[in-house]
Design a protein around this ligand. Structure first.
Ligand SMILES: [Zn+2]
Length: 317
């Protein structure tokens, strides 16, 4: 290890500037995050201090395999300096409501909108922790419609070719006693049917949890799936939905506000999932004492998240 860091992350922007003033310092930080116990060869699995053929090249002493600290991470084969990526990660995690690609392009002085958009997209990919724990306790589940303006393409100039779509999103939120919310999970779904809602609940909520839903038939097999199902039948009821299902209503309105505010309601429908991932990342860490902590979590996940190219992303659009 060429440099070691006394603390896991910088606390302030001034500390950030002190820590990450050079490409070497950024590489050393990534190396520490990726191999906290020291370098392990991705080819043969041998743990030993590598040869350093150049600033970037690491070579395994055992099998001769050459790699770099960024290979297989969201920073793989990037032409943007790590310092700029780091500043981007700091900015993205320090803006409470996040940032649009245009905003990121401006603040980092990036040459192209596409570079900013790709960077943001890779960060969003890293915002989902693959081994995250399921929600538990008392969980509310419902669906909501989001009005999304379809931009057709990712360039700002093409915004005029837009039309509005109503997209369906499944929401799960932990209720905390006596009041307040815990963590959330979100997923775009094509239809509000059992075929889409039950897998969402199975993958998001621990069996044995109490799950509150409306009276929809889509939830009829929840009890059989091992949940304590609490049905709120709305039909003919005098209780409005925001009273009987306060959690999902609150989350739905926060998502709508975020999409209208930070992103001006303009998101490609096929890209909704990564935006929701970003919302979940921010919401579930809303009580973090330090913004530096969010930066640290994002960077930790960035070094274990496989890269995605601009073409990968737009090909699916
Ligand atoms: Zn090796």
């Amino acid at each position: 290890m060429s440099t070691s860091f006394a603390k896991p992350y910088p606390r302030t922007w001034n500390e950030f500037l002190d820590w990450f003033g050079s490409e070497e310092a950024c590489q050393a930080y990534l190396e520490q995050l990726r191999w906290p116990e020291g370098f392990v060869c991705p080819a043969c699995g041998t743990a030993s201090d590598p040869y350093r053929a150049s600033r970037l090249r690491l070579m395994c002493r055992h099998c001769g395999h050459q790699t770099s600290v960024t290979a297989g991470t969201i920073f793989d084969k990037t032409r943007t300096q790590l310092r700029v990526w780091f500043a981007g990660a700091w900015y993205v995690t320090n803006q409470k409501q996040g940032v649009s690609a245009l905003g990121l392009q401006r603040v980092l002085g990036l040459g192209s909108y596409q570079t900013a958009w790709t960077m943001l997209h890779r960060f969003r990919r890293a915002m989902v922790r693959p081994d995250r724990d399921k929600l538990k306790g008392h969980v509310e589940v419902d669906e909501t419609h989001l009005d999304i303006t379809d931009r057709q393409s990712v360039t700002p100039s093409s915004r005029r070719k837009s039309n509005t779509n109503k997209l369906l999103v499944a929401i799960a939120v932990e209720l905390v006693e006596p009041k307040g919310f815990g963590r959330i999970r979100l997923r775009p779904i094509p239809k509000d049917t059992e075929a889409h809602l039950l897998p969402f609940i199975r993958e998001s909520v621990d069996p044995g949890s109490k799950v509150s839903t409306d009276g929809s038939a889509a939830y009829r097999s929840l009890a059989g799936a091992g949940y304590d199902h609490d049905r709120h039948v709305m039909l003919g009821s005098d209780t409005p939905a925001h009273v009987s299902m306060p959690g999902v209503h609150r989350i739905a309105s926060l998502i709508k506000r975020w999409m209208m505010g930070t992103h001006h309601g303009a998101i490609q429908p096929s890209q909704l999932a990564p935006y929701l991932d970003e919302f979940v990342f921010r919401f579930n860490r809303r009580t973090s004492r330090s913004r530096g902590m969010l930066f640290y979590r994002l960077m930790q996940q960035a070094v274990v998240t496989a890269p995605v190219t601009y073409l990968d992303v737009t090909a699916k659009a």
